[in-house]
Design a protein around this ligand. Structure first.
Ligand code: FAD
Length: 453
């Protein structure tokens, strides 16, 4: 690993997803003080959810990784992979070695529904399914029974649409993407031809973004079915903000489309909540409750149960109702909100500690949102550094590497990641795919190791 050049200050950034890379780039761009950035990552691979969350059939969105790769080439930057802060090394050890520590660890856990049957085999969090089809090594050992006809996806955000799309797209189309091989193989054997996506509120409250809603039919080739009675009179749309108004335009097009074209369908149903998941040893049905929307009088609305029930057969139930942050040992944490409490990115109750990205704001916003979020946090860091003049705490960058290799002998550096990246791309090339992902810890670490033999 080459020695980074001399700098005035040193900052540890923890987590190399979009927030971590945007934070690193903003710190490195400062003319004064000159900051050296060490970016820690628990996986042997960088880019966070850009690699492990963004759907494989969205390659343009993943191309943001080229910008992160340029940041990684900076002479004052190091990437230190396969090091989990809170497990392999502690917060206190980082604080002893850096002028500031920025946590950009995202929201890796999932929200639960709290309904009976949620733990039945055949039910899972979308997070697990997404991690599985994207080749995240933590989810490699999961299996999903796709030999069923109907899947129900609970949630009305873009993750619900991603999951519905992957379940409904002909595998030959997915074969041109970087979807994990084990997922592609399982999807080739899938019998799912009916995906029902439910949301507890109305179509105007759904948090889908319009391009994702619009592409649903094109990318899958499936019929997208919307009951026009759910949409209300067209005149009502005029009062809506831009996003929901455009969503309604798309939903109206789906509602009037001819549905004889495909052998697969995706049905979007609103004002519907899951009440109970049923089955003997495996999901076989889900009880749905019908809601009505009431106006709270303050510009917000609320879904209220009407008491009406319907039992729908289903062999797979995926809940896409949100992600959640998890605490890092010793770092303050707001368990209710699932974030690290902070003011302008400065951790409340922390010591030279900061946050950016989903762990700062909660799991909302697209990749770009984290750029502004990181810039705001870096402004706070700069102000705090100016208030504590003096030499950097970091005596010698080499000593950090020596210490890290003692703590994690399988440290993966940028060269190790380059070996993984090259191996994946090489495997993809003859197949016309961007890459074939390595998706077990063993494969990833063995490939990273090849640079040091
Ligand atoms: P993350 O991307 O989650 O990165 C956090 C990183 O921290 C990870 O690499 C993790 O391994 C690492 N980490 C965690 N804990 C530790 C630790 N203790 N020590 C060291 N490292 C740690 N946005 C779009 O613009 N377009 C899309 O198409 C899109 N699709 C999405 C699909 C899904 C399924 C999801 C969940 C999100 C999607 N998003 C999309 C949103 C986008 O991915 C997020 O806005 C963004 O990734 C959040 O960035 P982050 O850096 O805060 O978190």
């Amino acid at each position: 690993m080459p020695n980074p050049c001399v700098a005035d200050r040193a900052v540890a950034v923890v987590g190399s997803g979009p927030a971590g890379f945007y934070t690193a780039a903003a710190l490195l761009a400062l003319p004064d003080p000159l900051i050296r950035v060490d970016l820690y990552e628990r996986l042997p691979t960088p880019w966070g959810l850009v690699r492990a969350g963004v759907a494989p059939d969205h390659p343009k969105i993943k191309s943001i990784s080229a910008q992160f790769t340029r940041t990684a080439g900076h002479e004052r930057f190091r990437w230190l992979g396969n090091v989990e802060v809170g497990i392999d090394i502690t917060r206190e050890e980082l604080l002893a070695r850096y002028d500031a520590v920025v946590y950009c660890v995202g929201s890796p856990a999932d929200r639960v529904l709290g309904i009976p049957g949620e733990d039945l085999p055949g039910t899972a969090a979308a997070r697990d399914f997404v991690g599985w089809y994207n080749g995240h090594p933590d989810f490699r050992a999961l299996t999903f029974d796709l030999a069923v006809r109907r899947a129900v996806v609970i949630g009305n955000g873009n993750v619900a649409l991603d999951v519905a799309r992957i379940l409904s797209t002909p595998p030959d189309r997915l074969a041109a993407t970087d979807i994990a091989d084990h997922a592609l193989e399982a999807l080739r054997g899938s019998r799912i031809d009916d995906v029902l996506v439910i949301g507890r509120r109305g179509p105007a409250q759904a948090s889908f973004t319009t391009p994702e809603l619009r592409e649903l039919a094109d990318l899958t080739g499936a019929d997208v079915v919307v009951d026009p009675r759910q949409l209300g009179p067209i005149g009502d749309d005029e009062h809506l903000p831009h996003g929901p108004r455009h969503n309604l335009e798309v939903l109206r097009r789906y509602a009037t489309a001819d549905h004889a074209s495909s052998d697969r369908r995706i049905t979007l149903r609103f004002l519907t909540s899951p009440v109970e998941i049923r089955g003997e040893g495996h999901v076989d049905s889900i009880v749905l409750g019908r809601n009505t929307l009431i106006d709270n009088g303050d510009g917000t609305t609320q879904a209220v149960d009407t008491g009406e029930r319907e039992v729908v057969s289903a062999g797979l139930v995926l809940r896409a109702v949100g992600y959640r942050g998890v605490p890092i040992l010793g770092v303050p944490f707001d368990a209710r909100a699932g974030i690290v409490p902070n003011r302008d990115g400065r951790v409340e109750g922390g010591d030279r500690e900061y946050v950016a990205g989903w762990i700062k704001r909660g799991p909302t916003g697209i990749i770009g949102t984290n750029g502004q979020c990181a810039a705001d946090t870096v402004r706070t860091i700069v102000a705090d550094l100016a208030a504590q003049p003096g030499p950097s705490r970091t005596p010698d960058p080499d000593s950090i590497e020596t210490w890290l290799r003692q703590r994690q002998p399988e440290l993966v550096d940028l060269e190790g990641w380059a070996a993984i990246d090259a191996a994946e791309r090489r495997a993809g090339e003859p197949l016309g795919r961007p890459r074939v992902k390595l998706s077990t810890w063993d494969e990833l670490l063995a490939t990273a190791r090849t640079v040091h033999v």
